[in-house]
Design a protein. Structure first.
Length: 214
């Protein structure tokens, strides 16, 4: 199964990606997670990319495409769940060509959808573990101990790009660049629209129903 998770910020692509990885036993590849790990390093490339992430802007296509191709090489046969890639038409074409060279294609693109008002609320309350990237929400799924990760005891922090100003820019980037992928994949007849409104188990069930029996 080769899946892409698509949708505006805050729809739970990362959360669902991790749960789907366990359910379907295929790796979840998140460009956001990979980039956040990369910018922790003190290389020239890391510093350059950190600026884009902090501003909530897209990192240049060539950089992300290289990262994702490297990871995909190991996983194309067994399957994968892509989260955060592609994010514009040019990246979608890079992905198509890469898969075509291997003689394969995407099975489904899961488009997660919810009202912007709900998503902004979710993003503001989101905290992630600095160490293992586990995701918590202060109201809907708080950690057992204040700002301590339940899984690895790491420190929970707010992502720089989950601050109000940057959230607005990320939505703008989504509207400008990513939203056009909905039509792109609809035309290919692999787009599945799923409501991301509800708790994470409910959304997971909706996705599994589609990918297993749809
Ligand atoms: P995410 O965790 O998916 O919300 O991504 C966080 C940030 O990483 C985005 O706001 C971008 O700065 C960067 N990023 C993630 N995926 C991509 C991509 N496919 N292309 C360009 N930038 C990306």
């Amino acid at each position: 199964m080769r899946l892409v998770l698509l949708g505006p910020p805050g729809t739970g692509k990362g959360t669902q990606g991790k749960m789907l990885e366990k359910e379907l036993k295929i790796p979840h590849l998140s460009t956001g997670d990979i980039l956040r790990e990369t910018v922790k390093k003190s290389t020239f490339l890391a510093k350059k990319m950190a600026k884009y992430l902090k501003r909530g802007e897209l990192v240049p296509d060539e950089t992300v495409a290289e990262i994702i191709k490297k990871r995909l090489k190991k996983n194309v046969v067994s399957g994968f769940i892509l989260d955060g890639f592609p994010r514009n038409i040019s990246q979608a074409e890079i992905l198509d060509n890469f898969l075509k060279e291997k003689g394969i294609c995407l099975d489904r693109v899961i488009y997660l959808e919810a009202k912007e008002k709900i998503l902004i609320k979710r993003l503001k309350d989101r905290r992630i573990c600095f160490n293992c990237q586990a995701v918590f929400h202060l109201k809907s799924s708080p950690p057992q101990r204040d700002l301590i990760c339940d899984y690895c005891n790491g420190r929970l922090t707010q992502r720089d790009d989950d601050k109000e100003e940057t959230i607005k820019r990320r939505f703008h980037e989504y509207q400008e660049k990513t939203k056009s992928l909905i039509d792109y994949y609809r035309k290919k007849k692999i787009l599945v629209k799923i409501s991301a409104d509800g708790d994470k188990q409910t959304v997971l069930k909706r996705i599994l129903r589609e990918v297993k029996y749809g």
